[in-house]
Design a protein around this ligand. Structure first.
Ligand SMILES: Cc1cc2nc3c(=O)[nH]c(=O)nc-3n(C[C@H](O)[C@H](O)[C@H](O)COP(=O)(O)OP(=O)(O)OC[C@H]3O[C@@H](n4cnc5c(N)ncnc54)[C@H](O)[C@@H]3O)c2cc1C
Length: 385
């Protein structure tokens, strides 16, 4: 019988396991891949705030982001530039491995190449049924299980736990390109012809390398081909390696049951505006570790005790998830003409300058509500077109 089994070694699972081990608990971390960080499909953008808040490895940082440019369908731009880094771009696989090394040092037992098939909640334990590479099925008992399986929510679903309200479909590739003449800006492309319901991106990594990708509510393949042609007209997309993955959006239902808690993207804890899941995954892990540690002190693993997690995450970032989700949904109905007219009005009225103070890399709901207010009150704004 182990104290805690964490399923899934992404940022959320590794951080939760690490904090639980630091609190003196006996923790096993199961990961399906044979190596941590394998197939960690991600743009790796992490706001600078995270490096101040959490003890994160810095050697996987590939580049700083000091300028973000949003590009409208008609080519109008809105730019946010700062002297200090707004965010860092990570080698996500290496970031996960470095975090896993910290977790092992904290006492976490790592079980790689282990696919967890199911969790069975019993009166005095939770049974973890798994299959490891090269060996048959096996099982382990623990007092508590934490599900941090990312976009794969099959364990949650089987227990009737939170499922995402929606999935976006994302594609990403890497290109070698000359400088884009935008002072190293990270560019975000919006519009119905670019990425319906979400956006495309172009992130400089340094040394002429760029991450180019998009997420959308529709089939993303034709949109990526179009975006690559726009950014690098001479590139043959069939020669590029393209990674595909879903992105969860906003949870529905509870993330806790007796002896089991779901956290990170598995629980829908991911920014609903940008699809960024690293920062909220780490926050979610911190909250889950706190609640589980206190449950061990009380020797109580009931829904009542573990349910504290539900209250914590809702009060910490629940508003962000819901305002972001509905703002993105609202924006997904704008025509390209309305988006262009929004960019015009925003430039003419210095909207970004007026939002300053409310514009935070990882916290969007204040800026979104202020933008909505501006849209409704400005003459000639989106509402008028
Ligand atoms: C194209 C793309 C770009 C993105 N860009 C960004 C970005 O720039 N910034 C950002 O913050 N976020 C980004 N995200 C989202 C981010 O990658 C995820 O939200 C984040 O990694 C979620 O962390 P997690 O720990 O919850 O889950 P994950 O990182 O997904 O980790 C889950 C782990 O669980 C393992 N697993 C799953 N099921 C099982 C099982 N049954 N048994 C054992 N192991 C299992 C998986 O192998 C995986 O290692 C992007 C996503 C995509 C698709």
């Amino acid at each position: 019988m182990r104290d805690v089994v964490v399923v899934g070694a992404g940022p959320a699972g590794i951080h939760a396991a690490s904090l639980l081990a630091q609190a003196g608990l006996d923790v096993v971390l199961f990961e399906a891949q044979n190596r941590v960080g394998e197939r960690a499909i991600c743009s790796g953008v992490l706001g600078d705030e995270a490096f101040g808040r959490f003890d994160l490895p810095t050697h996987p940082i590939l580049a700083d982001i000091r300028c973000i440019q949003a590009v409208s369908p008609g080519g109008r731009t809105l730019e946010h530039r700062t002297d200090v880094p707004l965010a860092r771009v990570l080698d996500k696989g290496e970031f996960n491995r470095a975090m896993a090394q910290q977790a092992i040092c904290a006492g976490v037992e790592m079980q790689l190449g282990c696919w967890v098939n199911s969790l069975e909640v019993e009166k005095h334990s939770v049974v973890i049924n798994f299959r490891s590479t090269g060996a048959g099925p096996s099982r382990l008992r623990a007092q508590v299980a934490v599900i941090t399986t990312g976009v794969n929510g099959s364990l949650n679903r089987a227990l009737g736990l939170a499922r995402p309200r929606q999935f976006l479909r994302a594609l990403q590739t890497e290109l070698t390109l000359p400088p884009n003449g935008n002072g190293g800006a990270t560019r975000v492309y919006v519009g119905q012809g670019v990425a319906p319901g979400a956006f495309g991106w172009e992130i400089p990594l340094g040394n002429g390398k760029w991450r180019v990708g998009l997420m959308t509510e529709q089939d993303p393949e034709p949109y990526l081909a179009k975006l690559v042609r726009r950014i690098a007209p001479h590139t043959d997309i069939s020669t590029l390696r393209v990674d595909r993955k879903g992105i969860a959006q906003a949870p529905v239902g509870r993330s806790v049951t007796e002896r089991v808690v779901a956290a990170g993207e598995a629980a829908g804890h991911i920014k609903t505006t940008t699809g960024g899941g690293i920062y909220y995954g780490l926050l979610s892990a911190e909250l889950v570790a706190d609640v589980v540690t206190r449950a061990f002190r009380k020797k109580s693993f009931t829904l009542g005790t573990l349910g504290e997690f539900e209250r914590y995450w809702r009060s910490t970032f629940g508003n962000e998830l819901m305002v972001g989700y509905f703002a993105r949904k609202l924006a997904s109905h704008f025509t390209d003409r309305q988006i262009d007219s929004f960019f015009e009005v925003a430039r003419a009225t210095d909207l970004l300058v007026r939002l300053n103070g409310r514009l935070k890399f990882d916290w969007h709901h204040r800026a979104l509500l202020a933008t909505l207010r501006a849209l409704l009150t400005l003459p000639g704004g989106v509402g008028a077109s």
